[in-house]
Ligand binder design. Structure first.
Ligand SMILES: [Zn+2]
Length: 236
């Protein structure tokens, strides 16, 4: 008889936090960039909190693998994620992660290669080599997967995965839906292209094997400062 995994089915409650850009916000910063970005000072304060309170960071691919295996994860564990692969990942985020010995998953659009504030492919490789960054896909060109024809969705999913795998010489298994846009159909497409997990935004930290392709992440805003950050870290 196969020994039963006593943790199988145990809820996994590791928080997955979602960041966009970490940049200085000036009077010229408006709209989405202002709403979603946080300042380097606030980000550093939050990372210092994790370090000082003995939190460990984990890549999303590893959280998903644990959930799939039905393993229980340690309490003081958090996954940090960054969407879009903008230049601040190399310039600001990685140096702060290094300072505190933390790691993060980034979701990039390799089709842009240096345009629209995105890192070049070269830069993506450079940050990945640090060992502190998991590179996931966010499609080639940030398309709303639920709005494009299935052939185009497949091309975006397949193209970004193979381009990144060629660039890094390693498997790319994590995915984030641009704009969070997904349907049952797009979730299946993502799985069929060989990804092992995908993230959305949501308030829950209940991660389950039935939801490996819509793992919820909590957004962190500038206004969270440290109090909101700590609350989001602890709320289950
Ligand atoms: Zn995005």
């Amino acid at each position: 008889m196969t020994p039963r995994n006593i943790f199988a089915g145990a809820p996994c409650t590791t928080p997955i936090l979602m960041y966009h850009e970490v940049i200085e916000v000036g009077p010229a910063t408006v709209g989405e960039q202002r709403a979603f970005s946080i300042t380097p000072r606030t980000f550093e304060m939050q990372m210092r909190y994790l370090h000082d309170h003995n939190y460990q960071t984990v890549f999303v691919r590893d959280v998903a693998a644990y959930v799939r295996a039905g393993k229980r994860l340690p309490q003081r564990l958090v996954a940090l994620t960054f969407d879009d692969g903008t230049v601040d990942v190399a310039e600001t985020v990685l140096p702060i992660l290094k300072k505190f010995g933390l790691k993060a998953t980034i979701y990039v659009n390799p089709g842009f290669d240096g345009v629209n504030d995105r890192m070049t492919l070269d830069k993506i490789k450079k940050v990945w080599v640090s060992g502190l960054i998991e590179v996931g896909s966010h499609t080639l060109t940030h398309v709303r997967l639920s709005d494009v024809p299935p052939e185009q969705a497949v091309a975006e999913l397949k193209g970004s995965k193979s381009l990144l795998e060629k660039l890094l010489g390693a498997p790319v298994v994590s995915f984030a839906y641009p704009f969070g846009a997904r349907t049952e159909e797009t979730m299946h497409l993502v799985e069929r292209q060989g990804y092992k997990n995908a993230v959305i935004s949501g308030l829950s930290t209940q991660l389950s094997v039935e939801h490996l392709f819509d793992l919820p992440r909590k957004s962190i805003f500038e206004s969270d400062k440290i109090a909101g950050f700590v609350r989001k870290l602890h709320e289950r």
